[in-house]
Design a protein around this ligand. Structure first.
Ligand code: GDP
Ligand code: ZN
Length: 445
């Protein structure tokens, strides 16, 4: 029989001031007594000397005891806040691994137990994963809201109302022998259409939640030698904003991850656009142009770079759209005055060499990003494709139900919509989703 009680280091491995080890399951009390003496009062931090099986001291640590079901996992759970040294952690994990009934936890297993115990619904589990992964303030805020149940509660509320409407309708069908109901009862029809309207309103969010979770991408486009790579490197050198860099095949940075005012942004370099028509270029260059165009198409925003000494080229001007920012680069070189606007869009004079104009350009970029990802309103954010497709399916089923002329058909659509909503929170039929969702967690979470 596999051990039911699990343990893991819940903090990141390596040297640290404090490390937290968690133990969850039926043997947690016995293990804690063996390590630290009497069980502490529930949910109170106490200072104890932890000892090994020979009663040799390992560390002096804060110990917390959370008897189930009032614990994260819903089971008996102990937390050891030890000094974060390699030897201490090694000695403790050795002692724990040697105990009967104990085994190291798998990735996400604590959270999986919390889900199985009904402590968290699936959207809250996802919120917790996002909170751990969040790199910017706005991402962390959105994740916290979801972890606290904002989306899950909304969906559960919809599902409860749907279940009531269904019960009402099915009762009507049962009495059909005496009094054949023509289509839907008017009251149920109103309830269904109102629900569909609320779900649709939540879906009309320009995918803000998903985009905040993923981060916005900005493609840098322009002619060869306009200074795209130099501009990217100049932004990367302003280390205040930088989160991470991705190196390309050459030593040049190809992507920079930025935190702009709390919003995550990936700035990506592309190949130069020499020709309007890729057929005019050699095969390798044509492929580069094709990819640069594709990247610009997929990106949320475009940073369009012109070389001040060359002026406007048609291939680059062709890519200007409403979501473009224009950089007029190489201002340090002698040349004419930059235009105020191109294609009625404002121009930002910059120098990738001296960094002149860069703060203004980044401020404008931040404003654009805030415009796209900012305040989503009162509705909880949809943060994943699976939420969106389930809500879409539910909304379509409700529309069908609302206009069905036989009550039996409407009942079938309502069942379908209820099921779609139940899968989002993990209320029904989610075995196939669980492995995917918990796989993204690390050990100890
Ligand atoms: P890309 O092909 O658009 O990526 O252009 P690069 O960033 O590789 O730059 C092409 C050339 O222009 C390089 O020699 C750069 O040093 C130069 N360059 C880029 N930006 C500036 C600038 O602001 N001022 C000056 N004087 N030269 C620049
Ligand atoms: Zn380049």
């Amino acid at each position: 029989m596999t051990a039911r009680t699990i343990f893991a280091l819940s903090t990141a491995p390596g040297r640290a001031g404090v490390a937290v080890i968690r133990i969850s399951g039926p043997d947690a009390a016995a293990v804690l007594k063996a390590l630290a003496g009497d069980l502490p009062a529930p949910r109170h931090a106490v200072l104890r000397t932890l000892t090994d099986t020979e009663k040799e001291p390992i560390d002096r640590s804060l110990v917390l005891w959370f008897p189930g079901p009032k614990s994260f996992t819903g089971e008996d759970l102990a937390e050891l806040h030890v000094h974060g040294g390699r030897a201490i952690i090694q000695m403790l994990t050795d002692v724990l691994a040697a105990q009967q009934g104990l085994r190291p936890a798998e990735a996400g297993e604590f959270t999986r137990r919390a889900f199985d115990a009904g402590k968290l619904d699936l959207t809250e589990v996802e919120g917790l994963a996002d909170l751990i992964d969040a790199e910017t303030r706005a991402q962390a805020r959105q994740a916290l809201r979801q972890m606290e149940g904002a989306l899950g509660q909304r969906i559960t509320d919809w599902r409860d109302r749907l279940l009531r409407a269904r019960a009402h309708m099915e009762a009507a069908i049962d009495f059909a022998d005496e009094e054949l109901p023509e289509g839907l009862d008017a009251e149920v029809r109103v309830q269904i259409m109102q629900l569909a309207g609320e779900i649709d309103a939540t879906l009309q969010d320009a995918a803000r939640g998903e985009r905040l979770r993923e981060g916005l991408t900005v493609a840098i486009v322009g002619a060869p030698n306009a200074g795209k790579s130099s501009l990217l490197n100049a932004v990367a050198a302003r280390d205040a904003a930088i989160v991470a860099e991705t190196a390309g095949t050459t030593r040049d940075i190809v992507e920079v991850h930025l935190d702009l005012g709390g919003y995550p942004v990936t700035l990506a370099d592309t190949a130069g656009l020499r020709a309007l028509d890729p057929a005019d270029a050699d095969p390798i260059e044509a492929e580069g142009i094709r990819r640069a165009r594709a990247k610009a198409e997929q990106a949320d925003l475009r940073l369009v770079v012109f070389d001040a000494t060359q002026g406007i080229d048609a291939a680059t001007a062709d890519l200007l759209n409403d979501d473009s920012l224009i950089a007029w680069n190489k201002q340090d070189l002698p040349g004419g005055t930059p235009p105020v606007e191109v294609a009625s869009r404002p121009v930002y004079p910059v120098s990738a060499r001296t960094h002149a104009g860069l703060p203004e350009l980044l401020d404008r970029l931040q404003a654009k990003v805030t415009e796209q990802l900012g305040v989503a309103g009162a509705a909880p954010a949809i943060t994943r494709a699976r939420h969106r497709s389930a809500l879409q399916a539910a909304s379509e089923a409700l529309d069908r139900a609302g206009s069905a002329d036989a009550a039996e058909l409407a009942a079938e659509d309502l069942r379908y919509a209820t099921h779609a909503l139940g899968r989002v929170t993990g209320e029904v039929d989610v075995e196939d989703l669980l492995d995917v969702i918990f796989r993204d967690f690390c050990i100890g979470k």
